[in-house]
Design a protein around this ligand. Sequence first.
Ligand SMILES: *Cc1c(COP(=O)(O)O)cnc(C)c1O
Length: 346
Amino acid sequence: MGASLLTIDLDALAANWQALDALSAPDVETAAVVKADGYGLDTGRVAQKLEGLGVTSFFVAVAEEGQIVRKALGNGPDIYVFSGHMAGDSDILTAANLIPLLNAPGQVTRHFSTLPGHAFGVQLDTGMNRLGLEPEDWEALRSDLMDAGPRLVMSHLACADDPDHTMNHQQLRVFKELTEGVARRSLAATGGILLGPEYHFDMTRPGIGLYGGLPFADALPVVQIEAPVIQTRTVRPFETVGYGNAWEAHVECEVATISAGYADGLIRAIGPKARVFAGDIPCPVIGRVSMDLITVDVTHLDAVPPTLHILGQHQTVDDLAEAAGTIGYEILTSLSSRYTRRYQGA
Ligand SMILES: *Cc1c(COP(=O)(O)O)cnc(C)c1O
């Protein structure tokens, strides 16, 4: 049993969806974003768990992901595609009955010419300048699009993780101006839900909060990682540990080598600041993170347990992200296929 164990708590995921759902009024639909393989946790299992709670709208980044969700869920729920209707997508959109969120005039033309009558939504740019129809394009195309009956008109906030950012109000104002009178609207992802009811419109689209990440500070942790200790040794003063001799002992130390590394998605940048846990006791990571191995100072432990915890109650994805100078989203979506995976609450 050499590989690290990744435990995914689907009951915690469900509780997080319910908690986010409870933050908006009962007549606001709470959807679920399951792109990037369900933020690395298995889009099929995640979507099935959420469908069991009554989720009827799912969002993915690209049509291929939508096909996987459709296979997992069957014909009931709506599956929206953020990248819209890209060249070559028509067959998948039809076969898997996906709803592209059209985001450029060329996509509108492509959709109406190749799949007339097929459901679609519209994505508007309200200032992020990443994806979505520019206001002028929307003005020009609005009456044709509205005649064809979009299932949803949505936009995305650039700074919703910072509640005090003036960009939030600005995008809200632009979105309201652009969509006055439109039937089904959506603006809020996890951060937007936390900004309050003005941002909720008809549907919210949480992603990261479901998976236990910030900005949803009340989220339950969904992932746990436990790495087996392969070997321990005594290291004497002035001996070094790992690649590049990056760490040197000043006193006699006990060093444990665990079976986890950057090939598991525990990126090298976590190195100097991250800790692992023996029960409740933190143990500093020392030296460089290798592809398959991490070295840990366990001098202060009475006994070295057979496994050490990397993610869980004591260290969240955001703690690890902070150690690495990144965000929880990147830690989650980097978790590799090498783990032994265990799903709880399936
Ligand atoms: C990823 C994404 C979401 C979900 O965002 P979270 O911050 O993970 O909640 C919602 N809408 C769009 C357009 C996205 O790209």
